[in-house]
Design a protein around this ligand. Structure first.
Ligand code: ADP
Ligand code: 5GP
Length: 228
């Protein structure tokens, strides 16, 4: 008890939020799906297909970021776009499961982003960098999330996709490629992810992902059916 009393307020907040996630997940058996992989490997494309294929089953947990929105991105849909000061204040207040610095910007997942989705009976979908994956594992959420790594067939393909997307200048592309090398090295370690999918042919990569998540989809459909 004495040790607990000495914990910083933010840590106590994290413990109780973590329990809330566990309690809500336990009643439905729904596991969050944590996607990771180099920027440009095709995560958003595959996640979008998954949502179109199984309407109402998956919902994206909207992260916070200090980066500027890209053309077409919407506040509250793709990210919550915040200032560095706002984000640091919320991190200090213990509102985040994890946060990271990536390619010059800050990104993070709030507890609320995940609990909102679990409350809706849908499967939380997250898209985080390799540091985020490690932090999620350290947070020991129950039931544990499923970890999916999406890889481009080669660094050359990845660079072409990043350039074709036209959202980053040369310096950002260089940073993203360096992050990709480090992410791939972690993904090569045994047990780092539950599945690693090489997104070469988009249809084939999607079929592999869809098959891998079939049990999660069945669980979400059962939750939906029992609620209606
Ligand atoms: P991420 O979300 O991982 O950053 P995106 O889904 O935005 O990646 O994909 C990056 C770019 O690559 C997009 O322009 C997308 O249309 C394209 N792309 C995705 N999958 C493939 C694929 N299998 N082959 C070729 N281009 C792809
Ligand atoms: P982008 O700027 O391309 O949207 O994202 C850059 C990187 O940040 C991607 O690798 C993405 O997975 C990661 N990312 C996005 N949101 C989060 C988050 O909430 N936490 C962490 N750790 N990484 C994130």
């Amino acid at each position: 008890i004495c040790k607990l009393q000495r914990l910083p307020i933010s840590f106590v907040g994290i413990v109780s939020s973590s329990r809330r996630i566990a309690a809500m997940s336990a009643s439905t058996g729904i596991r969050p799906i944590v996607f990771s992989g180099p920027s440009g490997s095709g995560k958003s494309t595959l996640i979008q297909r998954l949502m179109e294929r199984h309407p109402g089953c998956f919902r994206f947990c909207v992260s916070h970021t200090t980066r500027q929105p890209r053309a077409g991105e919407k506040h509250g849909q793709h990210y919550w776009y915040v200032t560095e000061a706002e984000m640091l204040a919320d991190i200090d207040a213990g509102k985040f499961i994890e946060s990271t610095h990536f390619a010059g910007n800050r990104y993070g997942t709030s507890y609320k982003a995940v609990t909102d989705v679990i409350n809706s009976g849908q499967i939380p979908v997250l898209d985080v960098d390799v540091q985020g994956v490690k932090s999620f594992k350290a947070a020991k959420l129950q039931p544990p999330p499923t970890y999916v790594y999406i890889k481009a067939p080669s660094m050359t393909d990845l660079e072409q996709r990043l350039r074709a997307r036209c959202t980053d200048d040369d310096e950002k592309i260089r940073l993203r490629l360096a992050e990709a090398e480090a992410g791939n090295a972690y993904a090569d370690q045994a047990g780092a992810y539950d599945v690693v999918i090489v997104n070469d042919n988009l249809d084939a990569a999607f079929a592999e992902l869809d098959k891998f998540l079939a049990d999660d989809v069945a669980r979400a459909l059962a939750v939906k059916a029992s609620a209606s």
